[in-house]
Each structure stands twice: as C-alpha cells, then as structure tokens.
Design a protein around this ligand. Structure first.
Ligand code: AMP
Length: 193
C-alpha cells in the first residue's frame, strides 16, 4: 500500500509555487490547518489514481470533522471502505521535543534528530554520505505549539466518529520505536481482505 500524505502533497504545491501552494504556505508556517475545501479536492483526485487501487495509507488526513465526512462520502462513491484508523498517542511535551529536533538528509531522506538520532559522523549522512540536511520550516517549538492546539481543537473531535465504527485502534506512541512498529504491523496483519 502506498502512503498518501496530505502534508507532503501541500509541501510539493508550496515548492512548485502553485495557486494552492501560495494559499497554503502562510497557514502551514503558522501551524494552522489549510481549508477543508482545498484538502478534500486534493485528496479526491489523489485516491482515484491507479497506484491507489490496491489500497492506501492516509497520513495526516482527515484532520477535521468535515474532512472525515467528505472522506466517508468519497469512499462510498468509490465502493471502498476504511479497514483501520490508527491513533498514535503521544504526550504533547514529548511530541514537541521529537518534532522540534528532527531533520532529514536532503539527498536520501534518512531521518535524524538533534538529541535522539545523530549521524555517526556529525555532518555526514550514515546512509548515503550526503552533507546537506533539511528541516521543515514548521518544525520549531512555536509552530509545533500551534499545530498541537489545532490538533486538540479540530482533529481530536474526529475520534468519536471512528470509535463508533469500531475501527479506531490506539497505539502507544510513547513506547520504543521497535515496539510501536511491531504494534502497527500486528494491526495491519489483522486486517481481513
Ligand atoms: P503534516 O506534514 O501532516 O505535519 O502537515 C503539515 C501541515 O500541512 C499542517 O500543519 C497543516 O498546515 C497542513 N495540512 C496537512 N494535512 C492537512 C489536512 N488534512 N487538513 C488541513 N491542513 C493540513
């Protein structure tokens, strides 16, 4: 299954300087949520592409109740359904430390962290040897605070909707990476075709 990340799609629009990118840029930099109208249109055209036929993992969508309702309607129209909704539960303070310190290799995308995952040789990527690294503009403490506030006010309210369907599973995101990975794999393995 491919990963469909609305954040990645929006960052691509910003880099391309498209109309959507121009509208989204300031909102993303401030840690707010881009309009439902833009997101729903973007997602509808993405999940009807052929590479989504075998199934897909939505990352960062839906983030509001109207987006969740639009997703239900979209999937019903395509004759598809959600198998699982996974809530990765992490304390706000831990999340802020994780996000504010993370960066990636500009060449191969390998992930690093200022405190938790430094390259073996500082300044060189362990995987490809690249010397250039990238940090997301919104991965700073101030913006993370706004992103978390948006999560609690606008995204957490979608949880009861999915809890009622019995498809919502919670994974303890405070656990070690290996444990989180094993929990996610077990949940995916449990999905019936
Ligand atoms: P992410 O890469 O998922 O952390 O998303 C980065 C930013 O893109 C968010 O802080 C929002 O500004 C915007 N964004 C991504 N997905 C959505 C969405 N489903 N609805 C609204 N805004 C979104």
């Amino acid at each position: 299954m491919i990963q469909v990340s609305t954040g990645d799609m929006l960052r691509a629009e910003v880099s391309a300087g498209s109309g959507i990118g121009l509208q989204a840029n300031a909102v993303m930099a401030a840690g707010g949520l881009v309009s439902d109208d833009i997101l729903v249109r973007m997602l509808a055209s993405r999940i009807t592409r052929p590479d989504c036929l075998p199934g897909f993992i939505l990352d960062g969508f839906p983030r509001t109740v109207p987006q969740a309702d639009a997703l239900d309607a979209m999937l019903a129209g395509l004759g598809k359904h959600l198998d699982l909704v996974i809530e990765l539960a992490v304390d706000d303070a831990a999340l802020t430390d994780r996000i504010a310190g993370r960066y990636t290799c500009s060449n191969c995308g390998e992930g690093y962290h200022d405190n938790f995952q430094m390259p073996l040789k500082l300044g060189a990527c362990d995987r490809c040897g690249g010397a250039a690294f990238t940090r997301r503009a919104d991965d700073n403490r101030e913006t993370v605070g706004a992103r978390l506030a948006a999560y609690h006010a606008q995204t957490a309210p979608i949880l009861p909707h999915y809890r009622a369907t019995g498809k919502l599973k919670q994974v303890d995101g405070m656990a070690d990476i290996d444990v989180v990975t094993a929990s996610l794999v077990a949940l995916l393995d449990g999905v019936q075709d």
